[in-house]
Design a protein around this ligand. Structure first.
Ligand SMILES: [Fe+2]
Length: 611
């Protein structure tokens, strides 16, 4: 029988992406930023669509359905209604955003048709249907349909879609039903983003930095306690079912392009917003701790309420807040649900996957088959490059020397040896990851045992804040040697405690230390991946799904006794993860990375060739 081809698209907010389904199989999925090299690119994902079609060897007229991940008219209605409620305060925001909406965004159907036909120079078929999927159904669908579970409770939670900012639902076979919706402006995502802004990070980008900063806060300090109390008493009201109500005297995102009413915050918290890039004072770490703590309380309440209603064993999560791996682990620890699966591209990029699945299972009513595996293919859903393409690119650079090593065991031996010698490796292998995490296809690798490595990687390779932790990749079969953790975590969506016997004691005066001094505190025998609270955002690496990467770590274990390495995304600060060999070479050359592996090629900078 002829397969059904469905193209899912998310665009115009942040993390534009597209995804191609052939029946219920994801053929490809990729964010537009990887091609345009603009981080979180919100523009129409024409490059991504082109890749998805080319990869499947399809022309646009072969698409049966194209589906956009939200309903623009309802979103437009929200903007209008919010404006009229708050006029004239909202006038500037209204005047600036309306032309874009009236000119193009509301006419998405036309844009989709025009962009594809003009830019790809091919006609869509008159039979290709263009559909729209509600924003939070796209998130829910992205979390449930590709998951391992036949039935599950569903939690979606983000900044805002059309009106919804969170939903509670239930998925069973090929159906999703919602029974609760939290509406704008009450938004857990926007609450967290407000603190992202106030602690000096970029909204819709720096949320994970805020999460990483939180454990540097002192849970016992008077300030931290006061911040938590203030958030809960003044900024929001948290109800028993986990729903929240924001006190809009403190927030500005509904009437302007600002997140918060700064005057109110300064008066209430007693500190001004931190200037981006300025020194991080302990107050801001305490504030990060406070909001993370409140977020976790809200999520736990939501999850308990959800469990009470659905009585289901499993939970799936979609929407940007799902990337808060610390909160995900707290939820798991509460044992409200036996297991949790989070869509790895939980932000709006994943909406492209969800919208496509919603068409297949819900619009077309096609059966959903669960075979004990998730359908994300390890997230290896992007472009890949063969030896010929790589060599052709390498030859353009006269400051590189390289050779081909087709014997994988020899290649792994050499790279394991270099990692053991504290060298930093760019690792480019197979199809690029979909979603924000590098999982062994576009990764930078290094030795987790080196106490200097966190600082070295942050400052000399990634050019980012020194406090930020690195994630470990560990052989799945050895996970329990390093972590108190008992289940696969192939997508780095959970944090796990490093085993007690690997930890170093916390000095008594530890909480008096400056954040900068805390960086030098050696926390375990794998210090570079052990965060300040002894947690790590782990990736379990499985032989069956990620063989080449697994083989490298196994070789490292044979050499050193350690089956764990640092795995951080192959990019520098402010840039998207590398996609092409050219991107990888450029990133390699502008950092102090020691060696680059691209498929069978081992590459060094000319002046630094290894013997
Ligand atoms: Fe969203």
């Amino acid at each position: 029988m002829k397969p059904i081809y469905i193209l899912g698209i998310s665009a115009f907010y942040h993390d534009s992406a597209s995804c191609l389904l052939e029946d219920d199989k994801i053929i490809s999925a990729v964010q537009e930023e990887r091609f345009t090299r603009t981080k979180h690119d919100p523009s129409f994902p024409i490059n991504s669509i082109k890749f998805c079609l080319d990869y499947a060897n399809l022309t646009p007229d072969k698409l049966d359905y194209i589906v956009f991940y939200e309903k623009p008219f309802i979103k437009f209605e929200r903007l209008l209604e919010t404006h009229f409620l708050h006029a004239p305060k909202s006038l500037i925001q209204f005047v600036q955003s309306m032309p874009l909406w009236l000119k193009e965004r509301i006419l998405i159907k036309n844009i989709i048709k025009k962009e594809i036909e003009e830019k790809l120079n091919e006609k869509l078929s008159p039979n290709t249907k263009i559909l729209f999927c509600p924003h939070h159904l796209s998130h829910a669908s992205s979390a449930f349909f590709p998951s391992l579970f036949e039935k599950a409770s569903i939690l979606t939670i983000d900044g805002v879609g059309e009106w919804a900012t969170a939903t509670l639902g239930f998925g069973n076979k090929n159906k999703i039903n919602f029974f609760y919706e939290l509406k704008f402006p009450s938004s857990v995502g926007l609450l967290y983003s407000s603190f992202t802004y106030y602690t000096g990070f970029k909204v819709n980008d720096g949320e994970y930095k805020l999460m990483g900063l939180a454990p540097y806060g002192n849970p016992h300090s008077e300030k931290t306690k006061r911040y938590i109390k203030t958030i809960k008493e003044k900024l929001i009201e948290i109800k028993e079912d986990g729903s929240i109500k924001l006190n809009m005297d403190y927030f500005a995102f509904n009437t302007s392009f600002k997140m918060v009413n700064e005057k109110e915050w300064i008066e209430t918290f007693g500190i001004p917003p931190r200037k981006p890039e300025s020194k991080i004072l302990t107050e801001y770490a305490d504030m990060a701790y406070a909001i993370q703590n409140v977020l976790e309380e809200i999520l736990i309440k939501m999850a308990k309420f959800l469990k009470e209603i659905t009585k289901e064993k499993y939970l799936v999560i979609g929407g940007g807040v799902g990337l808060n791996c610390v909160a995900n682990s707290k939820l798991l620890k509460e044992k409200i649900f036996e297991d949790i699966w989070v869509q790895p591209a939980a932000t709006d990029a994943g909406g492209a996957v969800g919208a496509a699945y919603a068409v297949y299972h819900m619009y077309l009513g096609k059966e959903r088959i669960c075979n004990g595996k998730d359908k994300m293919e390890g997230c290896f859903l992007g472009p890949e490059y063969n030896s010929y393409e790589i060599e052709k690119t390498l030859k353009k650079y006269d400051n590189l020397q390289f050779y081909k090593e087709e014997n994988q065991d020899k290649l792994c031996n050499l790279i394991a040896k270099l990692i053991n010698e504290k060298k930093i490796i760019g690792w480019f292998s197979g199809r690029m990851e979909f979603g924000p995490r590098a999982l062994g296809a576009r990764s930078i690798l290094a030795d987790a045992r080196d106490p200097e490595m966190q600082k070295k990687l942050n400052l000399k390779i990634k050019f980012r804040e020194g406090f930020r932790p690195f994630a470990p990749s560990v052989l799945w079969e050895d996970t329990q040697e390093y972590f108190e953790w008992d289940r696969p975590s192939p997508y780095m969506l959970f944090t796990a405690p490093v085993k007690e016997n690997r930890r170093k004691n916390i000095p008594e005066d530890y909480y008096e230390w400056d954040i900068k001094d805390k960086l030098y505190f050696i926390r375990s025998d794998v210090p570079a991946i052990t965060h300040i609270d002894f947690s790590a955002r782990l990736q379990t690496v499985h032989k069956e799904t990620n063989y080449k990467f697994w083989n490298l770590i196994k070789t490292f274990k044979e050499l050193t006794g350690y089956s764990i390495i640092i795995n951080t995304s192959f990019n520098v600060r402010g840039e998207p993860i590398v996609c092409t060999p050219e991107d990888a070479i450029k990133c390699f050359l502008k950092t102090e990375m020691d060696c680059l592996v691209m498929e069978d090629f081992i590459i060094f900078k000319k002046d630094k060739k290894e013997k």
